[in-house]
Design a protein around this ligand. Structure first.
Ligand code: NAP
Length: 228
């Protein structure tokens, strides 16, 4: 496939490596030529099958709008924009393109989501709960998109009104650590996912690009990763 990659930072550069290993052609657009999504015209994207975004919360919305308006399918790994989710879903549906996003493209984290969903039953049996997340000091959004996803999954699975509290730590070069702690007077349950490298995110994002090529619709990776 011909892929256009936005953002060749810590994660994007690994996405480029994984995509090349899987025999895809990867073109990168740097921020200098893409302020406000300026590089993402239908003309520039004519031979591109999927656009992949690992940029920043302040760039991603303009990139999504331009890509969808150009009629192209998209994988979005960038977090920190989910307040706009409904508006973007309508945009994608109006333009009949394919769109897949994830707070976390790692298969391990998506398994962890299922474990957190199952453990949410504890809240109906007198347990209290907390979420902790730890990332490198350069991360621009807090709480992490992954922590917010865990919070929402647990609220929905436990049918509780209240969200669990999220505590965020930003330090050093931590790739991404998420913890759910559930506590009763009898015991304590710890669920923990600790990413060793960014490679898992990149592999999931490239698999998502292969999956979304030629499809229409708006998808959350956590609902489709088992099909990949
Ligand atoms: N979903 C997942 O699995 C997953 C996993 C890891 C990270 N993330 C998210 O992905 C995003 C990127 O993370 P990261 O750690 O890779 O960040 P990073 O190292 O800061 O990389 C971001 C890159 O995007 C570039 N950029 C910004 N705006 C752009 C634009 N309009 N067009 C083209 N390039 C642009 C930046 O360029 P400059 O440096 O020149 O500004 C930088 O190279 C974050 O939101 C992070 O939370 C998601």
């Amino acid at each position: 496939m011909n892929l256009l990659l936005l953002g060749r930072g810590k994660t994007g550069s690994l996405v480029a490596d994984v995509a090349a290993e899987r025999q895809h052609n990867v073109r990168t657009v740097e921020i200098e030529e893409n302020r406000g999504g300026a590089a993402l015209t239908a003309e520039n994207l004519c031979d591109v099958e999927v656009v992949i975004d690992f940029t920043t919360p302040s760039s991603v919305i303009a990139n999504i709008e331009a890509t969808v308006r150009a009629g192209k399918n998209m994988v979005v790994g960038t977090t920190g924009w989910y307040g706009e989710l409904d508006r973007i879903r309508h945009l994608v549906e109006r333009h009949k393109t394919g769109f897949i996003y994830a707070a976390n493209f790692s298969i391990g984290v998506n398994l962890f989501f299922d474990a957190a969903r199952a453990a949410a039953a504890a809240l109906r049996h007198g347990y209290s709960g907390q979420i902790f997340e730890r990332h490198h000091a350069h991360k621009k959004d807090a709480p992490s998109g992954t922590a917010l996803t865990i919070q929402r999954l647990i609220r929905e699975a436990s049918a509780q009104q209240e969200n669990l509290e999220i505590t965020s730590f930003r330090e050093g070069e931590v790739v991404g650590l998420h913890e759910v702690v559930l506590e009763s007077s009898n015991d304590r349950i710890y669920l923990c996912h600790d990413a060793k490298s960014r490679r898992g995110f990149a592999e999931g994002a490239v698999l998502a690009a292969e999956w979304i090529a030629g499809k229409k619709g708006f998808y959350d990776f956590k609902d489709v990763w088992r099909e990949l």
